[in-house]
Design a protein around this ligand. Structure first.
Ligand code: NFS
Ligand code: SF4
Length: 678
């Protein structure tokens, strides 16, 4: 068919199958075409990325520009070189990402403080043991004191981390000793969270820091203030207030929406509001109010990291990841989409106008023109949550036809580092020993953290699922957070033994013995700090080196899009990890004929590798990511003197052998078990 003959909505556009590998998303994209609705997918098709900006060859930091450095040797009006521009753009992204995570941590610290002071109705300290463990890290007296007293001190200490001017950020003390020493020697130990972020902005104002390596050095420090600062604070306090996750049963994908119920989708990041909405949705008065409106009750579901927060603590289903926020609206089944901060598309409001769905913004920091704003305040959370639900219920009668795609899968999320420790050894001898032993013996080849977003420029979920499946077959244990975890949950890789036939024999044996899925869902994106903690505990357990950069582990964000992902990547590198980002490469642009040019991409890979034992690379091909991952893991094994990975060494897993035997006729089974003469 000639281009001009293709019916207009499809011209120059990917088919639903090309746009996503998720059948639910495909169904909704087909429906979007049918009704002529625009989505991020269709907009990505019609609006190609700027080929200058995408590769970091454009600066817009002052009014003399924007300057496009497309010619070899060209500079900005001020003389800024391409390397300076790339380093400046990069650190600005890291600063924005670190700010987003850390401001989320700050708000949780304020909530903890309000709870300690008895000023936050509805909230309690649900995990007192964790509160005591965390407070003890910082030398806060936990003996003979009430949880509220301890929480008050911890909240003060955490709030103090943001405005600190000097010294060392306190949570840094939780990193391995060798790592902390290295940071100190290199001068990247963060002082105060806000200070590092502000300094990143100051340094990149027109006419400041113009040495690319020097700028990138501060990018490391800024990111550390996120990973070992703001994000870690967010994870700690979320666990203390809402409970440390442990495995439970959940569901993921758009099929969790219900035709006969009031569907309320919570989308964004902070658990403070979503936890209250969960509680309010179980309130008998609210349930009765929903029934009076003719519905069979209230059905809550999450999108993005809010989904992860309430999925792993409350078992509330996830309707989808980042790219499914618009697709959820298209079902016509959502009475209210309640959003707080981060990863919320402005397009939701215009899209929702075609349906009855109300978009409700709740954060004092985030308003969207045309949305309903009901401001959240942790001092009156219960009442606000109920108001929001009543509004949703009142909207139920406005609902028209629905198109809920019947796809969902079960998963077992909730693998906090505390739970991993417990599951490997039980209450009395909880430890990482069995994990370390399995890696040392080669049953588990290594560990990969697959994290981050989905991005409409990449076939939705395709890289996440392809890389995860391949690594599992090669006996790599996979831990996941964020939208990556939701992606693989939808494909059934996060549930008990369902996916074990697709897993290598050594890893399968470990999963069967311990009773875990081969992919461990560790939470939201701020919870990537749980991965830092696991790596630290693996190092402290012994046998895998004495610093994080020696562990056969890797971090991968195959479909990244947000600046938070760049901050996470940078703090993981600074902590000693090899990190591969799929998709677009913001430091790709080069001027090959500039001899003195310090190429930013090279600095992030070989330069940082020398300094931190970790490196950052952008690779857009799934097979290439897989082969670099395996090579890296095997090289780390070799350096540690561990036996070379051999998939046949341990034979089949016990369960796989049983299955094989059961398939044999009785006589053959006997001889296989007891020898030919039996
Ligand atoms: Ni992470 Fe969570 Fe998803 Fe990306 Fe956005 S939801 S904080 S940034 S898109 S993984
Ligand atoms: Fe151009 Fe320099 Fe201004 Fe950037 S800072 S826009 S390179 S003049």
């Amino acid at each position: 068919m000639a281009e001009q003959d293709i019916p207009s909505p499809r011209r120059g556009r990917r088919s639903p199958q090309e746009a996503s590998v998720d059948p639910a998303a495909q169904a909704m994209l087909a429906f979007a075409d049918e009704i002529g609705a625009s989505t991020a997918f269709s907009r990505a098709d019609t609006l190609g990325p700027c080929n200058i900006g995408a590769v970091g060859m454009c600066c817009s930091l002052c009014g003399m520009g924007p300057c496009r450095l497309t010619k070899d040797g060209s500079t900005g009006i001020c003389g800024a070189t391409i390397d300076t521009i790339q380093a400046r753009n990069f650190i600005r992204s890291v600063a924005a990402g670190a700010a987003a995570h850390s401001d989320h941590g700050r708000d949780l610290a304020f909530t903890l403080k309000a709870v300690a002071d008895g000023e936050a109705e509805g909230y309690t300290i649900r995990d007192v043991p964790k509160l005591r463990v965390v407070a003890s890290h910082y030398g806060i007296n936990v003996r003979d004191r009430s949880p509220e007293e301890i929480a008050g001190d911890l909240a003060d200490l955490y709030l103090d981390q943001f405005g600190r001017q000097q010294g060392v950020l306190e949570p840094i003390g939780r990193a391995p000793v060798k790592r902390r020493k290295r940071w100190e020697e290199l001068g990247v130990t963060p002082r105060g969270i806000d200070r590092e972020i502000v300094e990143a902005l100051h340094r990149t104002h027109m006419g400041d820091d113009q040495d690319p390596a020097h700028i990138l050095h501060h990018a490391i420090r800024t990111s550390l203030a996120d990973g070992w600062g703001g994000s870690m604070i967010a994870t700690d306090i979320s666990d203390i207030l809402f409970g440390t996750p442990a495995p439970l049963l959940g569901e993921a994908n758009l099929g969790v929406l219900k035709d006969d119920m009031v569907n309320v989708v919570v989308h964004g990041h902070e658990p403070t509001l979503s936890e209250m909405i969960v509680a309010a949705s179980r309130d008998p008065d609210i349930v009765e109010y929903a029934r009076a409106a003719g519905a069979n009750g209230i059905n809550l579901a999450g999108i993005c990291c809010t989904a992860n927060e309430i999925l792993m603590r409350q078992g509330i289903p996830a309707a989808g990841n980042f790219l499914q926020q618009e697709l959820a609206i298209l079902t016509g089944a959502i009475e209210a989409m309640v959003v707080d901060v981060q990863c919320i598309m402005q397009a939701l409001v215009a899209l929702a106008e075609g349906f009855h769905t109300k978009i409700i913004t709740t954060s004092p920091k985030v308003k969207i023109k045309g949305a309903t704003h009901i401001e959240f305040d942790e001092h009156h959370a219960v009442g606000i949550a109920k108001d929001i639900l009543r509004l949703a219920i009142d909207n139920y009668r406005e609902r028209g036809a629905t198109h809920i795609p019947d796809y969902r899968n079960t998963l077992t999320p909730g693998f906090s580092h505390e739970y991993i420790n417990y599951m490997l050894g039980g209450s009395y001898r909880g430890s990482f020993r069995p994990l370390n032993d399995a890696i040392m013996a080669g049953r588990i080849r290594g560990v990969a953290a697959i994290v981050g977003c989905t991005n409409p420029r990449i076939q939705h979920d395709s890289m996440h699922t392809a890389i995860t499946s391949s690594l599992l077959q090669q006996d790599v244990l996979v831990v996941e957070t964020g939208c990556a975890a939701i992606a693989n949950a939808k494909f059934g890789l996060l549930i008990g033994d369902a996916g074990l036939d697709k897993v290598g024999p050594g890893l399968r044996e470990v999963c069967e013995t311990v009773g875990i899925p081969p992919v461990l869902h560790m939470g939201s994106c701020v919870d990537n700090t749980r991965i830092l903690t696991v790596l630290t505990q693996m190092v402290e357990e012994g046998g895998l080196g004495d610093d994080i950069d020696e562990v056969p582990a890797i971090g991968i964000a195959p479909e990244w899009m947000s600046e938070k992902a760049l901050s996470i990547a940078t703090y993981c590198v600074a902590s000693g990890a090899y990190v591969i980002m799929g998709g677009s490469n913001p430091v790709e642009g080069r001027q090959d004929k500039v001899p003195e040019s310090v190429l930013v991409a090279d600095h992030m890979s070989s330069g940082w590798n020398e300094m931190y034992g970790g490196k950052l690379e952008f690779v857009d091909d799934a097979d290439e990511i897989i082969s670099r991952t395996i090579n890296h893991i095997d090289a780390k094994r070799a350096t540690l003197g561990l036996p070379e990975y051999n998939p046949t060494r341990f034979g089949m897993s016990g369960d796989a052998r049983v299955e094989e035997l059961e398939a044999l006729p009785l006589q053959e089974r006997r001889s296989a078990l007891y020898g030919a003469n039996s």
